[in-house]
Write a protein that binds this ligand. Structure first.
Ligand SMILES: *[C@@H]1O[C@H](CO)[C@@H](O)[C@H](O)[C@H]1NC(C)=O
Ligand SMILES: [Cu+2]
Length: 242
């Protein structure tokens, strides 16, 4: 085979694989934690703080339980200890391709140990989000483009006043170039420590699944590619600042 053919075949394959993705590593309060690596089978799942997903493929049904923590989203054996107020850096696979959509980071309490709860029935609150900061929908500057520019990473701060306990941290991007959109949810199990005393109230909470719907004009965007719209309403409650 000619070298050029081999190279273009390799590039084709790389761009196919790199078209999707997820969070593969975390840096929490300065320490590294290995997350999911794509296409591992459940039987060779590495012990991790990150809930298991089996491929880079997105979730495209907002009513599916897989919207919670990806597919299959089964519990992880480990949790990371993190003092409230510290930073969690979520590293996506490098080469992440989708730059048209918001970044949203959610948390919810695990009823006891996170490793013994499937995540269903949680009332989630947002700790950060980033939508469209300039330009129009199909051609503007989105949170996901910031993630790409930051070495494919997203930094979230655990609110300092948050009450200690076991939490899921759910990092997602919603890629809006397709309809239905492509959700890429990632859940890490955290044990939050510190002297916080506060839990967000009901007005900051949403169910997942539930918060996203194909009847929401922010999700089912009929004219995405031609729209002159320069604002985007990220679904769900306001961010809780602590
Ligand atoms: C970029 O991210 C990778 C993890 O994907 C990390 O190992 C590397 O240190 C980061 N580079 C910089 C300059 O932060
Ligand atoms: Cu993709």
């Amino acid at each position: 085979m000619k070298a050029t053919q081999a190279i273009s075949a390799a590039l084709l394959q790389a761009s196919f694989v790199l078209g999707h993705g997820g969070v593969t590593e975390y840096q929490i309060n300065g320490e590294w934690y290995t997350g999911m690596k794509p296409y591992n089978s459940p039987t060779n799942q590495q012990p991790s703080i990150q809930r298991y997903w089996q491929s880079f493929d997105p979730i495209q049904d907002p009513t599916s339980v897989n919207i919670i923590c990806n597919n299959p989203g089964t519990v992880a054996p480990l949790s990371a200890e993190v003092p409230a107020g510290s930073e969690v850096v979520e590293y996506w696979n490098s080469g992440w391709a989708h730059n048209l959509g918001p970044m949203v980071t959610w948390m919810t309490e695990c009823p006891s140990e996170c490793s013994s709860w499937n995540g269903q029935g949680g009332k989630w609150f947002k700790i950060d989000e980033a939508g469209l900061s300039s330009g129009v929908l199909a051609n503007g500057k989105w949170g996901s483009a910031d993630m790409i520019a930051q070495n494919y990473s997203w930094t979230s701060t655990i609110p300092r006043s948050l009450k200690p306990g076991n939490y899921l941290l759910r990092t997602e991007t919603i890629a809006l170039h397709s309809n239905p959109p492509q959700w890429y949810p990632n859940c890490a199990q955290l044990k939050v420590t510190g002297s916080g005393t506060v839990s967000p109230g009901a007005q900051y909470r949403a169910s997942i699944p539930g918060v996203y719907s194909m009847s929401d004009p922010s999700i089912n965007i009929q004219d995405f590619w031609t729209s002159k719209e320069t604002t985007y309403k990220i679904p769900g409650p306001d961010v809780w600042k602590g």
